[in-house]
Design a protein around this ligand. Structure first.
Ligand SMILES: C[S@@+](CC[C@H](N)C(=O)[O-])C[C@H]1O[C@@H](n2cnc3c(N)ncnc32)[C@H](O)[C@@H]1O
Length: 218
């Protein structure tokens, strides 16, 4: 215990029990919370195409699949073989979910350019270097349609020194080293450079987490 993780790639034990661990450390609140976000805060319509970057085991993709119906699809991207295997298994009965191995820091296949109405990255953006975050924003800009929405669920920007002690324990002991840097990251202005305008922002757990909606203007 106590060794901060070095990256946001999830493998092994954590991949196997990802949902259970997340539910446990949030005192079984996360399941209800993510359902509410996917159903009520994410603007997704029938027939939309949705990209999830760092799809994990596919829980969010499944929650969104009903909303896009048989005319739309959810495409989940990940690089962890363990997570990809779990996601493929978990989503196998959903005809409108595709799980694809792809490093989101790299250019997406051309077939996805201007393909998506919505993109989502949940609990992962903080784990990339500032340079990689910009690569990801640039990649999302290419795959989203003009006017498309990009949702980021992550830590909120804040003064780390003034954050509650339990949050400092989470960041210091359990998170990857980039998480603390992300708390002071100029997300809104960096996203603006790539054409993303902040159009909605919700914060949770006394402002420690954000769910931000950016709208792309190409
Ligand atoms: C903390 S998990 C979040 C999973 C899911 N989004 C959720 O909300 O449950 C982060 C995910 O991002 C994936 N990931 C990390 N780096 C990646 C990269 N460069 N390209 C694609 N996926 C990546 C990890 O393998 C992991 O599945």
């Amino acid at each position: 215990m106590g060794n901060p993780k070095v990256s946001v790639v999830i493998t092994g034990f954590e991949a196997k029990f990802y949902d259970e661990l997340l539910d446990f450390i949030t005192l079984f609140q996360y399941g209800k919370f993510i359902k509410k976000l996917m159903y009520e805060e994410t603007e997704v319509g029938y027939g939309d195409n949705v990209a999830e970057l760092g799809v994990g085991n596919g829980r969010n993709a499944i929650l969104l699949s009903n909303r896009v119906g048989e005319k739309g699809e959810i495409v989940g991207f990940d690089i962890s073989p363990d997570m990809l295997e779990k996601a493929k298994k978990k989503t196998k009965d959903y005809k409108n979910i595709r799980i694809i191995k792809h490093d989101i820091r790299l250019d997406f296949p051309k077939e996805f350019y201007d393909y998506f109405d919505v993109a989502l990255i949940a609990l992962a953006f903080h784990g990339f270097t500032p340079r990689d975050r910009e690569r990801i924003l640039d990649n999302v800009r290419k795959i989203l349609k003009d006017g498309g929405k990009f949702y980021i669920l992550d830590y909120n920007q804040m003064n780390y020194a003034k954050s509650p002690f339990y949050f400092k324990i989470l960041i210091d002991k359990f998170e990857c080293p980039l998480a603390e840097e992300f708390l002071g990251y100029d997300l809104i202005n960096v996203a603006n450079k790539y054409g993303f305008r902040l159009t909605k922002k919700r914060t949770y757990v006394k402002g420690l987490f954000q769910y931000s909606e950016f709208t792309l203007e190409k």
